[in-house]
Design a protein around this ligand. Structure first.
Ligand code: IPE
Ligand code: IPE
Ligand code: MG
Length: 232
């Protein structure tokens, strides 16, 4: 069975560029083109949800010039490519701390989300300024507030309720997590949500990732036996 939900840590843009004697930002530009191809292919394959780690809460600590370039790339990506997808019936959501972004970007994110929240065919989730630990803490804070105000009872706190307070709230957990660039770590991506995900690591840098590489990851997933702690 193909995975219903794929989450991708799109890593290796900087090294891809450096290998070619280009500035790191050149890798981000090509990486944005890769994303377009991969989204179209995932949709064609019948993947229902795809979550993309595009910018982590820790990535704010990069040099200002790189962060500025990334912000401008997001701006043009949201305005052109993502807006186009929404016209084609794709649902778009954002997870992460969007208050850190410029007001025009926040406005655009809110609008795209609201405009497409009723669509169910293909769901693109962009993780921007996202950190799983922060997300778990914000969920905990809101649960505590709701207990304090009497909206929920302590006894009703269980894994289902907790998950509903995460920014991934209504979204099913990823079945497959892909990380490019040869790094085999999670880097504060969906910690809670990947409890039972399958992992696929490839040494391919994100700008070189393509339809064939996605097919390889899906084929690898199809050969796995998921047991969820039970006996198969
Ligand atoms: C991933 O590529 C993109 C972002 C984190 C924004 P990197 O920029 O991390 O590229 P490497 O890992 O340094 O090669
Ligand atoms: C993870 O990549 C974040 C994104 C791909 C957006 P990083 O390049 O920031 O992760 P580390 O620093 O290698 O762990
Ligand atoms: Mg990296």
């Amino acid at each position: 069975m193909i995975p219903k939900h794929i989450a991708i840590i799109m890593d290796g843009n900087g090294r891809w560029a450096q290998k070619r004697g280009l500035p790191r930002t050149a890798g981000h530009k090509v990486g944005a083109e890769t994303l377009k191809k991969v989204l179209a292919h995932a949709r064609k394959k019948g993947i229902q949800t795809i979550t993309l780690f595009a910018f982590s809460s820790e990535n704010w600590n990069r040099p200002k010039e790189e962060v500025d370039t990334l912000m401008n790339l997001f701006r043009s990506y949201l305005k052109n490519d993502i807006s186009q997808l929404t016209k084609e019936g794709v649902r778009v959501s954002f997870i992460g701390d969007r208050t850190k972004f410029a007001p025009d970007l926040q406005l655009q994110m809110n609008e795209l989300e609201q405009k497409t929240c009723h669509l169910h065919q293909f769901h693109v989730v962009l993780a921007l300024s996202y950190g799983a630990r922060d997300d778990i803490v914000q969920a905990t804070t809101r649960i505590a507030q709701d207990v304090k105000s009497g909206k929920i009872d302590i006894a009703s706190i269980d894994t289902l309720l907790f998950a509903s307070y995460l920014s991934t709230g209504e979204i099913d957990n990823p079945d497959l997590v892909i990380r490019t660039s040869g790094e085999e770590r999670i880097s504060n991506f969906l910690l809670w949500e990947i409890a039972y995900a399958e992992f696929y690591f490839t040494s391919v840098y994100w700008p070189d990732f393509d339809e064939k590489e996605l097919d390889k990851a899906i084929a690898s997933y199809e050969g796995r036996h998921r047991r969820f702690g039970k006996v198969s």
